[in-house]
Design a protein around this ligand. Structure first.
Ligand code: GLC
Ligand code: CA
Length: 555
Protein backbone atom coordinates (compact mmCIF):
# COMPACT_ATOMS: atom_id res chain seq x y z
CA UNK A 1 0.00 0.00 0.00
CA UNK A 2 1.39 3.39 -1.00
CA UNK A 3 1.96 5.50 2.13
CA UNK A 4 0.10 8.78 2.30
CA UNK A 5 0.58 11.74 4.61
CA UNK A 6 -2.79 11.23 6.29
CA UNK A 7 -2.48 7.56 7.21
CA UNK A 8 -0.95 8.19 10.62
CA UNK A 9 -3.05 11.22 11.53
CA UNK A 10 -5.65 11.77 14.24
CA UNK A 11 -8.59 13.92 13.24
CA UNK A 12 -11.06 15.88 15.35
CA UNK A 13 -14.43 17.21 14.29
CA UNK A 14 -15.51 20.64 15.46
CA UNK A 15 -19.13 21.67 15.36
CA UNK A 16 -18.40 25.40 15.39
CA UNK A 17 -21.74 26.59 16.65
CA UNK A 18 -21.25 24.63 19.88
CA UNK A 19 -17.48 24.72 20.35
CA UNK A 20 -16.43 28.02 21.94
CA UNK A 21 -18.01 31.47 21.88
CA UNK A 22 -15.74 34.50 22.20
CA UNK A 23 -18.18 37.39 21.83
CA UNK A 24 -20.98 36.37 24.17
CA UNK A 25 -23.71 35.91 21.55
CA UNK A 26 -24.20 32.29 22.61
CA UNK A 27 -22.88 30.94 19.30
CA UNK A 28 -19.46 29.38 18.92
CA UNK A 29 -17.15 31.14 16.46
CA UNK A 30 -13.92 30.81 14.50
CA UNK A 31 -12.01 32.96 17.00
CA UNK A 32 -13.13 30.44 19.61
CA UNK A 33 -11.54 27.65 17.61
CA UNK A 34 -8.30 29.61 17.32
CA UNK A 35 -8.23 30.08 21.09
CA UNK A 36 -8.57 26.34 21.64
CA UNK A 37 -5.91 25.22 19.17
CA UNK A 38 -3.39 24.66 21.94
CA UNK A 39 -5.86 22.43 23.77
CA UNK A 40 -6.24 20.31 20.61
CA UNK A 41 -2.55 20.30 19.96
CA UNK A 42 -1.94 19.08 23.51
CA UNK A 43 -4.40 16.23 22.92
CA UNK A 44 -2.38 15.23 19.85
CA UNK A 45 -4.75 16.25 17.06
CA UNK A 46 -3.32 16.60 13.52
CA UNK A 47 -6.41 17.32 11.43
CA UNK A 48 -9.48 19.40 12.26
CA UNK A 49 -12.71 18.99 10.32
CA UNK A 50 -14.98 22.01 10.66
CA UNK A 51 -18.68 21.50 10.15
CA UNK A 52 -19.91 24.25 7.79
CA UNK A 53 -19.15 27.89 8.58
CA UNK A 54 -20.24 29.28 5.20
CA UNK A 55 -22.96 31.90 4.82
CA UNK A 56 -26.19 30.10 5.64
CA UNK A 57 -29.69 30.59 7.00
CA UNK A 58 -28.80 27.66 9.31
CA UNK A 59 -32.03 25.80 8.54
CA UNK A 60 -29.93 22.64 8.80
CA UNK A 61 -27.20 24.26 10.90
CA UNK A 62 -25.03 25.32 7.99
CA UNK A 63 -25.58 22.27 5.79
CA UNK A 64 -27.66 24.69 3.72
CA UNK A 65 -25.17 27.02 2.09
CA UNK A 66 -26.19 30.38 0.67
CA UNK A 67 -22.70 31.37 -0.52
CA UNK A 68 -19.76 29.02 -0.86
CA UNK A 69 -17.30 31.94 -0.86
CA UNK A 70 -18.38 33.64 2.35
CA UNK A 71 -18.18 32.96 6.06
CA UNK A 72 -21.39 33.39 8.00
CA UNK A 73 -21.03 36.51 10.16
CA UNK A 74 -22.23 34.55 13.19
CA UNK A 75 -19.07 32.46 12.90
CA UNK A 76 -16.74 35.31 11.95
CA UNK A 77 -15.05 36.69 8.85
CA UNK A 78 -12.86 35.42 6.04
CA UNK A 79 -9.93 37.02 7.90
CA UNK A 80 -10.74 34.81 10.90
CA UNK A 81 -10.76 31.80 8.62
CA UNK A 82 -7.39 32.71 7.12
CA UNK A 83 -6.05 33.25 10.61
CA UNK A 84 -7.33 29.86 11.71
CA UNK A 85 -5.65 28.10 8.78
CA UNK A 86 -2.37 29.93 9.52
CA UNK A 87 -2.48 29.36 13.30
CA UNK A 88 -3.31 25.70 12.82
CA UNK A 89 -0.43 25.35 10.39
CA UNK A 90 1.99 26.75 12.98
CA UNK A 91 1.01 23.81 15.17
CA UNK A 92 1.23 21.27 12.37
CA UNK A 93 -2.54 20.97 12.15
CA UNK A 94 -4.45 20.71 8.87
CA UNK A 95 -7.91 22.21 8.47
CA UNK A 96 -10.67 20.46 6.54
CA UNK A 97 -13.84 22.25 5.55
CA UNK A 98 -17.14 20.55 4.94
CA UNK A 99 -17.98 20.17 1.25
CA UNK A 100 -21.75 20.32 0.96
CA UNK A 101 -22.50 20.06 -2.74
CA UNK A 102 -25.40 17.67 -3.09
CA UNK A 103 -27.54 20.71 -2.41
CA UNK A 104 -27.27 24.38 -1.57
CA UNK A 105 -29.65 26.68 0.30
CA UNK A 106 -32.84 27.96 -1.26
CA UNK A 107 -31.36 31.35 -0.40
CA UNK A 108 -28.37 30.77 -2.68
CA UNK A 109 -28.21 33.15 -5.65
CA UNK A 110 -28.44 30.21 -8.07
CA UNK A 111 -31.76 29.12 -6.65
CA UNK A 112 -33.10 32.66 -6.52
CA UNK A 113 -32.22 33.02 -10.23
CA UNK A 114 -33.90 29.70 -10.96
CA UNK A 115 -37.08 31.00 -9.37
CA UNK A 116 -36.87 34.20 -11.42
CA UNK A 117 -36.31 32.30 -14.67
CA UNK A 118 -36.91 28.54 -14.45
CA UNK A 119 -36.19 28.08 -18.16
CA UNK A 120 -32.90 29.97 -17.99
CA UNK A 121 -29.35 28.92 -17.14
CA UNK A 122 -29.95 28.54 -13.41
CA UNK A 123 -33.15 26.54 -13.79
CA UNK A 124 -30.83 23.84 -15.12
CA UNK A 125 -28.75 23.97 -11.93
CA UNK A 126 -31.57 22.17 -10.12
CA UNK A 127 -34.06 19.40 -10.78
CA UNK A 128 -37.23 21.17 -11.87
CA UNK A 129 -40.31 19.35 -13.11
CA UNK A 130 -43.75 20.46 -14.23
CA UNK A 131 -46.21 20.55 -11.37
CA UNK A 132 -49.30 19.80 -13.41
CA UNK A 133 -48.79 16.01 -13.41
CA UNK A 134 -48.55 15.78 -9.62
CA UNK A 135 -45.39 14.64 -7.86
CA UNK A 136 -42.76 13.38 -10.33
CA UNK A 137 -42.00 10.48 -7.97
CA UNK A 138 -42.76 9.25 -4.48
CA UNK A 139 -39.36 9.63 -2.80
CA UNK A 140 -39.48 10.56 0.87
CA UNK A 141 -37.06 13.27 1.94
CA UNK A 142 -34.57 12.30 4.65
CA UNK A 143 -36.21 14.84 6.91
CA UNK A 144 -39.77 13.68 6.20
CA UNK A 145 -42.48 14.38 3.60
CA UNK A 146 -42.14 14.27 -0.17
CA UNK A 147 -38.93 15.35 -1.91
CA UNK A 148 -40.81 17.80 -4.09
CA UNK A 149 -41.81 21.34 -3.32
CA UNK A 150 -43.40 24.04 -5.48
CA UNK A 151 -40.88 26.44 -6.98
CA UNK A 152 -42.33 29.72 -5.69
CA UNK A 153 -44.32 31.72 -8.21
CA UNK A 154 -43.94 29.12 -10.97
CA UNK A 155 -45.80 26.03 -12.20
CA UNK A 156 -42.82 23.85 -11.35
CA UNK A 157 -41.61 21.63 -8.52
CA UNK A 158 -38.01 21.28 -7.35
CA UNK A 159 -36.29 18.28 -5.84
CA UNK A 160 -34.85 18.27 -2.32
CA UNK A 161 -33.77 14.96 -0.82
CA UNK A 162 -33.09 16.74 2.48
CA UNK A 163 -35.06 19.74 3.80
CA UNK A 164 -37.09 21.94 1.47
CA UNK A 165 -34.56 24.68 2.18
CA UNK A 166 -31.90 22.43 0.62
CA UNK A 167 -32.63 22.15 -3.11
CA UNK A 168 -30.57 19.45 -4.85
CA UNK A 169 -27.97 20.59 -7.36
CA UNK A 170 -28.13 18.93 -10.74
CA UNK A 171 -24.79 17.15 -11.10
CA UNK A 172 -25.74 15.96 -14.58
CA UNK A 173 -25.25 19.56 -15.70
CA UNK A 174 -21.52 20.16 -16.47
CA UNK A 175 -21.87 23.85 -15.60
CA UNK A 176 -22.84 22.92 -12.04
CA UNK A 177 -19.80 20.68 -11.72
CA UNK A 178 -17.53 23.44 -13.05
CA UNK A 179 -18.84 25.84 -10.42
CA UNK A 180 -18.20 23.29 -7.69
CA UNK A 181 -14.64 22.51 -8.83
CA UNK A 182 -13.86 26.20 -9.06
CA UNK A 183 -14.97 26.66 -5.47
CA UNK A 184 -13.03 23.65 -4.17
CA UNK A 185 -9.83 24.88 -5.81
CA UNK A 186 -10.39 28.38 -4.46
CA UNK A 187 -10.45 26.96 -0.94
CA UNK A 188 -7.52 24.63 -1.50
CA UNK A 189 -5.51 27.62 -2.74
CA UNK A 190 -6.04 29.13 0.70
CA UNK A 191 -4.12 26.25 2.20
CA UNK A 192 -6.79 23.86 3.41
CA UNK A 193 -5.72 20.30 4.06
CA UNK A 194 -8.81 18.96 2.34
CA UNK A 195 -12.50 18.30 2.84
CA UNK A 196 -15.05 16.16 4.57
CA UNK A 197 -17.54 15.40 1.85
CA UNK A 198 -21.17 15.63 2.84
CA UNK A 199 -24.00 13.30 1.80
CA UNK A 200 -22.14 12.59 -1.40
CA UNK A 201 -23.86 9.38 -2.46
CA UNK A 202 -26.97 11.42 -3.22
CA UNK A 203 -25.45 13.35 -6.12
CA UNK A 204 -26.26 10.50 -8.52
CA UNK A 205 -29.97 10.02 -9.01
CA UNK A 206 -31.62 7.09 -10.74
CA UNK A 207 -33.25 8.87 -13.68
CA UNK A 208 -35.84 9.27 -15.06
CA UNK A 209 -37.78 9.89 -11.84
CA UNK A 210 -40.07 7.05 -10.94
CA UNK A 211 -41.96 5.62 -7.98
CA UNK A 212 -40.61 2.86 -5.75
CA UNK A 213 -42.67 0.57 -3.53
CA UNK A 214 -43.92 2.55 -0.59
CA UNK A 215 -42.55 1.58 2.84
CA UNK A 216 -44.71 3.65 5.20
CA UNK A 217 -48.34 4.62 5.43
CA UNK A 218 -47.53 7.99 3.84
CA UNK A 219 -47.30 6.25 0.45
CA UNK A 220 -43.72 7.43 -0.02
CA UNK A 221 -40.55 5.44 -0.49
CA UNK A 222 -37.20 5.80 1.21
CA UNK A 223 -34.41 7.41 -0.83
CA UNK A 224 -32.36 4.27 -0.16
CA UNK A 225 -34.53 2.41 -2.65
CA UNK A 226 -33.64 4.86 -5.38
CA UNK A 227 -29.94 4.90 -4.43
CA UNK A 228 -29.69 1.14 -4.90
CA UNK A 229 -30.49 1.71 -8.57
CA UNK A 230 -28.41 4.81 -9.18
CA UNK A 231 -25.33 3.84 -11.17
CA UNK A 232 -22.39 5.85 -12.37
CA UNK A 233 -21.47 8.05 -9.41
CA UNK A 234 -17.84 7.06 -9.96
CA UNK A 235 -17.60 9.17 -13.12
CA UNK A 236 -18.57 12.31 -11.18
CA UNK A 237 -16.29 11.52 -8.27
CA UNK A 238 -13.24 10.71 -10.37
CA UNK A 239 -13.73 13.88 -12.37
CA UNK A 240 -14.02 15.92 -9.17
CA UNK A 241 -10.94 14.27 -7.68
CA UNK A 242 -8.74 14.89 -10.71
CA UNK A 243 -9.92 18.44 -11.26
CA UNK A 244 -9.38 19.38 -7.62
CA UNK A 245 -8.09 17.30 -4.67
CA UNK A 246 -5.51 15.21 -6.54
CA UNK A 247 -3.69 18.30 -7.76
CA UNK A 248 -3.13 19.41 -4.18
CA UNK A 249 -2.56 15.99 -2.59
CA UNK A 250 -5.49 16.99 -0.39
CA UNK A 251 -7.10 14.69 2.14
CA UNK A 252 -10.74 13.77 1.63
CA UNK A 253 -13.10 11.83 3.84
CA UNK A 254 -16.43 10.85 2.37
CA UNK A 255 -19.69 10.66 4.21
CA UNK A 256 -20.79 7.62 2.27
CA UNK A 257 -23.89 5.71 3.24
CA UNK A 258 -25.41 3.21 0.82
CA UNK A 259 -22.21 2.41 -1.07
CA UNK A 260 -22.48 -0.96 -2.77
CA UNK A 261 -20.09 -3.46 -1.11
CA UNK A 262 -18.34 -4.16 -4.40
CA UNK A 263 -17.58 -0.45 -4.72
CA UNK A 264 -15.29 -0.17 -1.69
CA UNK A 265 -12.20 -0.34 -3.86
CA UNK A 266 -13.57 2.39 -6.15
CA UNK A 267 -14.17 4.65 -3.17
CA UNK A 268 -11.04 4.23 -1.09
CA UNK A 269 -8.68 1.91 -2.97
CA UNK A 270 -5.34 3.15 -4.31
CA UNK A 271 -7.05 5.10 -7.12
CA UNK A 272 -10.18 5.66 -5.05
CA UNK A 273 -12.46 8.67 -5.17
CA UNK A 274 -11.52 9.65 -1.60
CA UNK A 275 -8.60 9.27 0.80
CA UNK A 276 -10.93 7.54 3.21
CA UNK A 277 -14.57 7.30 4.20
CA UNK A 278 -16.33 6.91 7.52
CA UNK A 279 -17.04 3.44 8.76
CA UNK A 280 -20.74 3.66 9.61
CA UNK A 281 -21.26 -0.04 10.20
CA UNK A 282 -22.02 0.39 13.89
CA UNK A 283 -24.04 3.57 13.24
CA UNK A 284 -26.27 1.77 10.75
CA UNK A 285 -26.73 -1.33 12.85
CA UNK A 286 -30.35 -1.83 13.88
CA UNK A 287 -31.77 1.11 11.93
CA UNK A 288 -35.23 0.77 10.40
CA UNK A 289 -36.96 2.30 7.39
CA UNK A 290 -39.91 2.92 9.67
CA UNK A 291 -38.03 5.44 11.77
CA UNK A 292 -36.12 5.75 15.03
CA UNK A 293 -38.95 4.32 17.08
CA UNK A 294 -38.41 0.99 15.35
CA UNK A 295 -34.61 0.85 15.76
CA UNK A 296 -32.96 -2.08 17.45
CA UNK A 297 -30.34 -1.30 20.06
CA UNK A 298 -26.86 -2.58 19.49
CA UNK A 299 -25.29 -5.11 21.90
CA UNK A 300 -21.58 -5.60 22.64
CA UNK A 301 -21.55 -8.70 20.45
CA UNK A 302 -23.15 -6.78 17.57
CA UNK A 303 -20.64 -4.00 18.04
CA UNK A 304 -17.76 -6.43 17.85
CA UNK A 305 -19.06 -8.10 14.70
CA UNK A 306 -19.71 -4.75 13.01
CA UNK A 307 -16.15 -3.61 13.69
CA UNK A 308 -14.50 -6.87 12.71
CA UNK A 309 -16.46 -7.29 9.52
CA UNK A 310 -15.58 -3.82 8.31
CA UNK A 311 -11.94 -4.16 9.34
CA UNK A 312 -11.74 -7.38 7.33
CA UNK A 313 -13.47 -5.85 4.34
CA UNK A 314 -11.21 -2.81 4.17
CA UNK A 315 -7.74 -3.77 5.25
CA UNK A 316 -6.44 -5.02 1.94
CA UNK A 317 -8.04 -2.11 0.13
CA UNK A 318 -7.49 1.08 2.06
CA UNK A 319 -8.46 2.90 5.22
CA UNK A 320 -11.71 3.65 6.97
CA UNK A 321 -12.15 6.66 9.20
CA UNK A 322 -13.27 5.33 12.59
CA UNK A 323 -15.90 7.16 14.60
CA UNK A 324 -18.02 6.53 17.65
CA UNK A 325 -20.01 9.73 17.23
CA UNK A 326 -20.43 12.89 15.19
CA UNK A 327 -22.85 15.81 14.93
CA UNK A 328 -25.55 13.53 13.45
CA UNK A 329 -25.40 10.86 16.12
CA UNK A 330 -26.00 10.44 19.81
CA UNK A 331 -22.94 10.46 22.05
CA UNK A 332 -20.94 7.26 21.51
CA UNK A 333 -20.67 6.38 25.20
CA UNK A 334 -24.44 6.64 25.61
CA UNK A 335 -25.13 4.72 22.42
CA UNK A 336 -22.62 1.88 22.54
CA UNK A 337 -22.40 1.20 26.27
CA UNK A 338 -25.33 -0.46 28.00
CA UNK A 339 -27.55 1.90 29.98
CA UNK A 340 -26.48 2.20 33.60
CA UNK A 341 -22.93 1.06 32.80
CA UNK A 342 -21.55 4.32 31.47
CA UNK A 343 -18.57 5.27 33.64
CA UNK A 344 -14.97 6.35 33.19
CA UNK A 345 -13.72 2.78 32.86
CA UNK A 346 -16.24 1.80 30.19
CA UNK A 347 -15.68 5.10 28.36
CA UNK A 348 -11.97 4.39 28.26
CA UNK A 349 -12.65 0.89 26.98
CA UNK A 350 -14.66 2.28 24.07
CA UNK A 351 -11.88 4.77 23.41
CA UNK A 352 -9.35 1.95 23.28
CA UNK A 353 -11.35 0.18 20.58
CA UNK A 354 -11.91 3.38 18.62
CA UNK A 355 -8.24 4.39 18.60
CA UNK A 356 -6.58 0.98 18.36
CA UNK A 357 -8.53 -0.42 15.43
CA UNK A 358 -6.96 0.02 12.03
CA UNK A 359 -8.13 3.25 10.41
CA UNK A 360 -7.95 6.99 10.79
CA UNK A 361 -9.65 7.99 14.05
CA UNK A 362 -12.02 10.95 13.93
CA UNK A 363 -12.85 12.22 17.40
CA UNK A 364 -15.86 14.45 17.83
CA UNK A 365 -15.69 17.46 20.15
CA UNK A 366 -16.29 16.41 23.75
CA UNK A 367 -15.68 12.72 23.03
CA UNK A 368 -12.27 13.12 24.63
CA UNK A 369 -14.07 14.21 27.82
CA UNK A 370 -16.58 11.39 27.74
CA UNK A 371 -19.51 13.74 27.09
CA UNK A 372 -22.88 11.98 27.32
CA UNK A 373 -26.37 12.24 25.86
CA UNK A 374 -28.59 15.07 27.01
CA UNK A 375 -31.43 14.30 29.43
CA UNK A 376 -34.17 15.98 27.36
CA UNK A 377 -37.23 16.84 29.42
CA UNK A 378 -39.50 18.03 26.65
CA UNK A 379 -39.70 18.15 22.87
CA UNK A 380 -39.49 21.95 23.20
CA UNK A 381 -35.80 21.55 24.02
CA UNK A 382 -35.14 20.09 20.57
CA UNK A 383 -33.81 22.29 17.79
CA UNK A 384 -32.86 19.73 15.14
CA UNK A 385 -35.25 19.36 12.16
CA UNK A 386 -34.52 15.67 11.79
CA UNK A 387 -35.37 14.95 15.42
CA UNK A 388 -38.62 16.91 15.20
CA UNK A 389 -39.61 14.82 12.19
CA UNK A 390 -38.75 11.55 13.95
CA UNK A 391 -40.80 12.64 16.96
CA UNK A 392 -43.79 13.13 14.70
CA UNK A 393 -43.17 9.79 12.98
CA UNK A 394 -43.15 8.06 16.36
CA UNK A 395 -46.41 9.74 17.40
CA UNK A 396 -48.00 8.82 14.06
CA UNK A 397 -47.02 5.21 14.69
CA UNK A 398 -49.03 5.30 17.92
CA UNK A 399 -46.40 5.99 20.58
CA UNK A 400 -47.40 8.22 23.48
CA UNK A 401 -45.66 11.58 23.89
CA UNK A 402 -43.55 10.20 26.70
CA UNK A 403 -42.54 7.15 24.65
CA UNK A 404 -41.75 9.27 21.62
CA UNK A 405 -39.60 11.58 23.74
CA UNK A 406 -37.72 8.58 25.06
CA UNK A 407 -37.02 7.36 21.53
CA UNK A 408 -35.81 10.66 20.19
CA UNK A 409 -33.72 11.26 23.32
CA UNK A 410 -31.82 8.11 22.48
CA UNK A 411 -31.03 9.04 18.88
CA UNK A 412 -31.36 12.83 18.59
CA UNK A 413 -28.65 14.70 16.75
CA UNK A 414 -28.97 17.39 19.42
CA UNK A 415 -27.29 15.06 21.91
CA UNK A 416 -24.01 15.81 20.20
CA UNK A 417 -24.79 19.45 19.53
CA UNK A 418 -25.08 20.70 23.11
CA UNK A 419 -22.26 23.14 23.91
CA UNK A 420 -18.77 21.85 24.58
CA UNK A 421 -18.12 21.54 28.31
CA UNK A 422 -15.01 23.59 29.05
CA UNK A 423 -15.37 24.14 32.78
CA UNK A 424 -17.82 24.21 35.67
CA UNK A 425 -18.45 27.95 35.15
CA UNK A 426 -22.01 28.94 34.13
CA UNK A 427 -22.92 27.60 30.65
CA UNK A 428 -19.96 25.22 31.00
CA UNK A 429 -17.57 28.05 30.15
CA UNK A 430 -18.80 27.84 26.55
CA UNK A 431 -20.17 31.37 26.49
CA UNK A 432 -20.62 34.35 28.77
CA UNK A 433 -24.06 34.83 27.22
CA UNK A 434 -27.00 32.49 26.73
CA UNK A 435 -26.01 29.37 24.79
CA UNK A 436 -28.01 28.76 21.59
CA UNK A 437 -28.74 25.22 22.81
CA UNK A 438 -29.06 24.18 26.43
CA UNK A 439 -25.89 22.90 28.10
CA UNK A 440 -25.93 19.34 29.44
CA UNK A 441 -26.41 19.73 33.22
CA UNK A 442 -23.65 17.20 33.88
CA UNK A 443 -21.06 19.86 32.90
CA UNK A 444 -20.36 20.45 36.58
CA UNK A 445 -18.61 17.10 36.73
CA UNK A 446 -17.75 16.42 33.07
CA UNK A 447 -15.62 19.28 31.75
CA UNK A 448 -12.22 19.96 30.26
CA UNK A 449 -10.84 22.05 33.13
CA UNK A 450 -11.39 19.18 35.55
CA UNK A 451 -9.78 16.65 33.24
CA UNK A 452 -6.73 18.08 31.52
CA UNK A 453 -4.50 17.80 34.59
CA UNK A 454 -6.10 14.70 36.07
CA UNK A 455 -3.99 11.59 35.46
CA UNK A 456 -7.06 9.35 35.63
CA UNK A 457 -9.41 11.32 33.42
CA UNK A 458 -10.93 10.21 30.15
CA UNK A 459 -9.09 13.11 28.50
CA UNK A 460 -5.70 11.93 29.78
CA UNK A 461 -6.48 8.40 28.67
CA UNK A 462 -7.28 9.61 25.15
CA UNK A 463 -4.02 11.50 25.20
CA UNK A 464 -2.17 8.31 26.04
CA UNK A 465 -3.93 6.35 23.31
CA UNK A 466 -3.08 9.03 20.78
CA UNK A 467 0.51 9.18 22.00
CA UNK A 468 0.76 5.41 21.57
CA UNK A 469 -0.38 5.68 17.96
CA UNK A 470 2.38 8.21 17.39
CA UNK A 471 5.11 6.50 19.36
CA UNK A 472 8.03 5.90 16.98
CA UNK A 473 8.30 2.27 18.08
CA UNK A 474 4.64 1.40 17.69
CA UNK A 475 3.37 3.78 15.05
CA UNK A 476 3.95 1.52 12.08
CA UNK A 477 2.10 -1.34 13.75
CA UNK A 478 -0.83 0.76 14.93
CA UNK A 479 -1.22 2.48 11.58
CA UNK A 480 -0.50 -0.29 9.10
CA UNK A 481 -0.72 -3.52 11.09
CA UNK A 482 -3.44 -5.99 10.22
CA UNK A 483 -6.41 -6.40 12.54
CA UNK A 484 -6.90 -10.05 13.42
CA UNK A 485 -9.72 -10.98 15.79
CA UNK A 486 -8.71 -12.99 18.84
CA UNK A 487 -11.11 -15.38 20.63
CA UNK A 488 -13.87 -13.92 18.50
CA UNK A 489 -16.43 -16.40 19.84
CA UNK A 490 -15.90 -15.48 23.50
CA UNK A 491 -18.95 -13.51 24.53
CA UNK A 492 -18.55 -9.82 25.35
CA UNK A 493 -14.83 -10.05 24.86
CA UNK A 494 -13.60 -7.82 22.08
CA UNK A 495 -10.01 -8.75 21.46
CA UNK A 496 -7.77 -8.36 18.46
CA UNK A 497 -4.20 -8.38 17.33
CA UNK A 498 -2.59 -5.60 15.43
CA UNK A 499 0.14 -7.38 13.53
CA UNK A 500 2.78 -5.16 12.03
CA UNK A 501 6.04 -5.93 10.25
CA UNK A 502 8.03 -5.89 13.45
CA UNK A 503 5.65 -5.91 16.35
CA UNK A 504 2.45 -7.55 17.45
CA UNK A 505 0.01 -5.85 19.77
CA UNK A 506 -2.89 -7.55 21.46
CA UNK A 507 -5.87 -5.48 22.53
CA UNK A 508 -8.13 -7.08 25.13
CA UNK A 509 -11.39 -5.42 26.15
CA UNK A 510 -14.03 -6.79 28.45
CA UNK A 511 -17.27 -5.36 27.08
CA UNK A 512 -19.42 -6.10 30.15
CA UNK A 513 -19.65 -5.17 33.81
CA UNK A 514 -18.73 -8.61 35.15
CA UNK A 515 -15.16 -9.87 35.16
CA UNK A 516 -14.13 -12.50 32.65
CA UNK A 517 -11.14 -14.70 32.15
CA UNK A 518 -9.13 -14.65 28.96
CA UNK A 519 -6.50 -17.08 27.84
CA UNK A 520 -3.31 -15.38 26.69
CA UNK A 521 -1.58 -16.53 23.52
CA UNK A 522 1.76 -15.96 25.27
CA UNK A 523 2.91 -15.20 28.77
CA UNK A 524 5.57 -12.85 27.50
CA UNK A 525 4.22 -9.39 27.02
CA UNK A 526 4.61 -5.77 27.98
CA UNK A 527 1.61 -3.69 29.10
CA UNK A 528 1.39 -0.52 27.04
CA UNK A 529 -1.95 0.67 28.38
CA UNK A 530 -4.40 -0.38 31.04
CA UNK A 531 -7.59 1.51 31.90
CA UNK A 532 -7.70 -0.07 35.37
CA UNK A 533 -5.18 -0.03 38.20
CA UNK A 534 -4.97 -3.81 38.46
CA UNK A 535 -3.84 -6.68 36.28
CA UNK A 536 -4.96 -10.03 37.51
CA UNK A 537 -2.93 -12.80 35.88
CA UNK A 538 -2.60 -16.48 36.80
CA UNK A 539 -0.51 -18.63 34.50
CA UNK A 540 -1.58 -17.90 30.98
CA UNK A 541 -4.96 -16.50 32.01
CA UNK A 542 -5.86 -12.89 32.72
CA UNK A 543 -9.07 -12.12 34.56
CA UNK A 544 -10.28 -8.83 33.18
CA UNK A 545 -12.35 -6.58 35.40
CA UNK A 546 -15.64 -5.23 34.10
CA UNK A 547 -14.85 -2.95 31.12
CA UNK A 548 -11.14 -3.40 31.56
CA UNK A 549 -9.09 -2.64 28.44
CA UNK A 550 -5.49 -3.65 27.92
CA UNK A 551 -3.06 -2.92 25.14
CA UNK A 552 -0.26 -5.46 25.27
CA UNK A 553 2.85 -5.81 23.21
CA UNK A 554 3.60 -9.48 22.70
CA UNK A 555 7.28 -10.25 23.11
C1 GLC B 1 -25.05 15.12 6.22
C2 GLC B 1 -24.73 15.98 7.42
C3 GLC B 1 -26.00 16.31 8.13
C4 GLC B 1 -26.87 17.09 7.18
C5 GLC B 1 -27.06 16.34 5.85
C6 GLC B 1 -27.57 17.26 4.79
O1 GLC B 1 -25.61 13.91 6.59
O2 GLC B 1 -23.80 15.34 8.23
O3 GLC B 1 -25.77 17.05 9.29
O4 GLC B 1 -28.11 17.31 7.76
O5 GLC B 1 -25.86 15.81 5.36
O6 GLC B 1 -26.56 18.15 4.38
CA1 CA C 1 -19.98 34.00 19.04
Amino acid sequence: MKKKWWHDKIAYQIYPKSFYDTNGDGIGDIQGIIQKLDYLSDLGIDIIWLSPVYLSPLADQGYDIADYYQIDPRFGTMEDMDELIAEAKKRGIYILMDLVVNHCSDEHEWFQKAIADPEGKYGKFFYLEDAKNGLPCNWRSYFGGPCWEPLPGTDKLYLHVFHKKQPDLNWENPEVREEIYKNINWWLDKGLGGFRIDAIINIKKALPFRDYPSDRSDGLSSIHNMLKEADGIGDFLQEMKHRTFAKYDAFTVGEVFDAKPEELEDFVGEEGHFSTMFDFTTVCFGTSEKGWYDCRQITPEDYKECCFSSQEAIQDIGFYANVIENHDEPRGVSHYLPEGEVNNTSKKMLATINIMLRGIPFLYQGQELGMENMPFKSIDEIDDINTLDEYKTALDAGLSEAEALKVISRYSRDNARTPMQWSDAPAAGFTTGTPWLRVNPNYVSINAAAQVHDEDSVFTYYKKLIALRKHPEYKDTVVYGKTIPYLREQKNLMAFYRKGKEKTLLILTNYQKDPQSVKLPSEKYRVLLNNCSTLNQKGDFITLEGYQALVLELL
